[in-house]
Design a protein around this ligand. Sequence first.
Ligand code: FE2
Length: 275
Amino acid sequence: MSNALDTLIPQADDGSVVLAQLSDPHLFAERDNVFLGINPYNSLRAVVEQMRGEAGVDAVLATGDLSQDHSVESYQRFAELVEPLAKPVFSLPGNHDQAELMHAALAPTHVHVQRRVQIGAWQVLMLNSAVTGLPAGHVMLEELRWLQQVLAEDQATPTLIALHHHPVPTGCAWLDQHSLDNGAEFLALLARYPNVKGVVFGHVHQEMDQFSHHIRLMAVPSTSIQFLPRSAGFVLDPRQPGYRLLRLCPDGSIETQVKRLIGGQFVPDPSASGY
Ligand SMILES: [Fe+2]
């Protein structure tokens, strides 16, 4: 199956687009491997099952850390798990992924990896902020130049940017060592373009929703383990895996909410001290 899809027609009569964001599944080659007390295969399967009940979803964004073990099979697990959504899925790499391996592993599947997608009145730009061997992120010069070129060429189309790393601090000191290290430069570039409406990211395994200039910055819970907000050191949060819904309206406005799995079936290991 082709891995390229650059234009999507929204389902809604008003031209709005509904995206579902999921992030950080941290899958293994083996379906029964457990990650800090939670089976990430089962938790993503539960997230997909709940997401299937959401009305009007046009496409899915997967914002990195698809794999925990860098195996081809873990990406095959991801593709098989999201297939029941029967929607286009667009993915980008996180610090636990190796972009080339990920792209090669997903190429034969229905999961897309391209950088730019037109969806209704909007465009979504997918960035790679992963740095080989490091948990922190960086938007490389080549990627920044591409972003600047795309934004300069079209200053009208409402734009959503997706990447893995957080460009602003979470308030968790241990996580903020591993943020997007050129986040200020990245946001200063985006701030020059009024049509950039939002940035979505993963990596922090918790919800965030705030503004930088006119741009809404949104993080999503992981589909596996959660990190406790505002903790100085590594602490897992017993809140359930989740996802984010984003309605992108033709006037450039965004309506969004985070959903979590109903029930408390996924309980992390309380003795975990890192990963
Ligand atoms: Fe992660």
